[in-house]
Design a binder for this molecule. Structure first.
Ligand code: TPP
Ligand code: SF4
Length: 245
């Protein structure tokens, strides 16, 4: 966030539930995580849910969200945020439990947890930030890495298989809220956040929102916002269609 921005300007650009004393945030410039968090925060503001949110962040760049909001927040082991939030919600049925996880954590180590929470129809919202790789550890191949993408652990190009998680969750739980949004379409993303929160607030069970998000550092597009958004809109959104499932 530019140094010359006044506190008032920063405040008005952020959801009310966001903390001011933790800004500028810790993500890289141009990262998609803060855009996902802002969409969540504005949805929480609109629904008046701030004091009921229990926010769980995974290891990975998602953990940099630990002080983004003025929420009760817990940080857990890589891929374990979903079961931790399931347990927390069972212990406190008033809580609006939100798990905030990267695609590596959710779809590799945490895949079994995610799938079983969906099958049990646990009343939590899981938000998965899909940037197509393991970002915090330097850009290794994730279950979402595009076939042929040259990443740190696949220097000759990632293999042909990858996961489409919302499509799988739709299959195992026809009653769940399931959608995929993208950081570059904020009004749509904010609406998806609101609908997902309403779903768990109404005790309708599992809500799952994957968000396509940019990682300019590991996509090696740090010097060009245009290149970042080309990858996001023309490659990422092509492989992973957005919408409600
Ligand atoms: C059990 C465990 N395994 C591995 C790690 C190392 N680790 C930390 S962050 C990370 C990658 C996270 O990637 P992702 O979940 O996609 O989130 P991102 O950083 O892309 O937001 C890994 C493998 C860990 N901390 N704990
Ligand atoms: S490494 Fe990527 S995902 Fe992590 S903060 Fe930087 S830009 Fe964001």
């Amino acid at each position: 966030m530019p140094e010359e921005m006044s506190k008032l300007e920063i405040r008005s650009a952020l959801p009310k539930c966001a903390r001011l004393d933790s800004k500028p945030h810790l993500f890289c410039p141009g990262c998609g995580h803060p855009e996902v968090l802002k969409a969540l925060g504005f949805a929480v503001d609109e629904l008046g849910l701030q004091r009921r949110i229990a926010f769980g962040v995974d290891i990975g760049c998602s953990l940099l969200a630990w002080d983004f909001f003025d929420f009760d927040t817990v940080e857990t082991h890589h891929g374990r945020t979903v079961p931790v939030m399931v347990g927390l919600r069972l212990g406190n049925p008033e809580a609006i439990a939100v798990a905030y996880v990267g695609d590596g954590g959710a779809y590799a180590i945490g895949a079994g947890h995610l799938l079983n929470a969906a099958i049990r129809n646990d009343n939590i919202l899981t938000i998965v930030v899909n940037n197509g790789l393991y970002a915090m550890t330097g850009g290794q191949e994730a279950p979402t890495t595009h076939p042929g993408w040259k990443v740190k652990t696949a220097p000759y190009g990632a293999d042909q298989y990858y996961i489409k998680a919302p499509e799988i969750i739709r299959n195992v739980n026809p009653a769940a809220f399931v959608a995929r949004g993208i950081t570059s379409r904020q009004p749509e993303l904010r609406q998806l956040m609101k609908d997902a929160l309403q779903h768990i607030n109404g005790n309708h069970g599992f809500a799952f929102l994957e968000v396509l998000s940019q990682c300019p550092l590991n996509w090696k597009t740090m010097d060009s916002a245009e290149a970042t958004f080309r990858v996001l809109e023309q490659e990422h959104a092509k492989l992973f269609p957005t919408g409600r499932f």
